[in-house]
Design a binder for this molecule. Structure first.
Ligand code: AHR
Length: 314
């Protein structure tokens, strides 16, 4: 089923009314980029799973630019792929291109990140984490950690890519939980674009502009790891002078947690490939799929990181 038109061999029917010839699905996949260790692991998971599921993958890297993703989706529509999957770099601005895919009767699956389209018929399902919940878990750890302290707690926040679902939701979930106690104050909050280099750069600026930082909340490990370099460069001890909470739990982050430089990590799993291929096969076969599939995730303390590290896959 490559969308190449007529076939004499019956196969799975799609909502395009096409019939599979060799039964092989072609998926157009538009990836955000390669901004973080999480993203690299996610790309690997999608590519390996496509291979083992017998799905022909047309992979496109958007280099963190929405216009590149829109171009890639249009090209997948022109190529008449069987299904399009993509991880939207930002939440808004997708309706027109998604409508084009819908008009071409090509089903779309959102993976990892959400869109804010009011029209939910523009995509079949959304597979990925609950980012608000991740932000809440980060806040809950902080509240517990400082439960016996009456002093103000100065927090700086490194946000993910501006306008992206994980940046919006991780910020909101965290803010909701810490709002319960006025001693928690977000002294500065800026984007570090989910990259190590930007995390370092913004943390250097925070260290100059914001006195007495107690806690850094970074929306991913990579920004936290960049910030550690900035903190050490300023002669401070990460994990002691400044407590650090991050999200993801990639190997480098887990190592920094085990070493005591990071204090707590909320897991965000990049291993979405197998579920994505299952959903794609069902969607192409015209089967019903849940409109939301939430990834199962946990959290890690320093002790738990030491135990998990030897078998961590990514
Ligand atoms: O959308 C998932 C987020 O994107 C990851 O937490 C971050 O590392 C990545 O860049």
């Amino acid at each position: 089923m490559t969308g190449c038109g007529g076939s004499s061999t019956p196969g799975a029917s799609t909502d395009t009314g096409k019939v599979a010839d060799d039964g092989k699905i072609t998926m157009g996949f538009s990836q955000v980029g390669a901004e973080s260790g999480w993203r690299t692991a996610n790309t690997k998971s999608v590519q390996e799973s496509a291979k083992s599921a017998g799905v022909e993958l047309k992979f496109s890297d958007a280099q963190q630019k929405q216009e590149n993703q829109i171009k890639a989706i249009r090209s997948f529509v022109q190529q008449k792929v069987d299904v399009i999957a993509f991880s939207p770099v930002v939440e808004s601005g997708w309706d027109t291109v998604l409508k084009e895919a819908q008009n071409a009767k090509i089903p779309v699956i959102l993976t990892d990140r959400a869109v804010d389209s009011a029209d939910k018929t523009l995509y079949k399902t959304f597979l990925g984490s609950d980012f608000v919940e991740e932000g809440k878990k980060a806040g809950q750890w902080l509240v517990e950690e400082y439960k016996d302290s009456k002093d103000p707690v100065n927090i700086v926040e490194l946000q993910g890519t501006t306008g992206s679902a994980p940046a919006n939701d991780r910020k909101a979930g965290f803010a909701e939980v810490i709002a319960a106690d006025p001693k928690f104050k977000i002294a500065a909050s800026q984007t570090g674009d989910f990259t190590r280099a930007k995390g370092k750069e913004v943390m250097e600026a925070f260290l100059k502009s914001t006195p007495d930082i107690d806690v850094l909340y970074a929306h991913n490990d990579d920004m936290g790891l960049g910030a550690i370099e900035a903190i050490e460069g300023a002669g401070k001890v990460p994990g002691k002078d400044i407590k650090i909470i991050t999200v993801d739990a990639v190997k480098d982050g887990m190592q920094a947690l085990a070493d005591g430089k990071i204090s707590y990590i909320v897991e965000c799993s990049p291993l979405l490939g197998p579920q994505l291929m299952d959903l794609a096969k069902k969607v192409v076969a015209g089967e019903q799929v849940p409109e939301r599939v939430v990834t199962e995730e946990t959290t890690f303390t320093q002790e738990q990181a030491k135990q998990a590290l030897p078998t961590r896959q990514y």
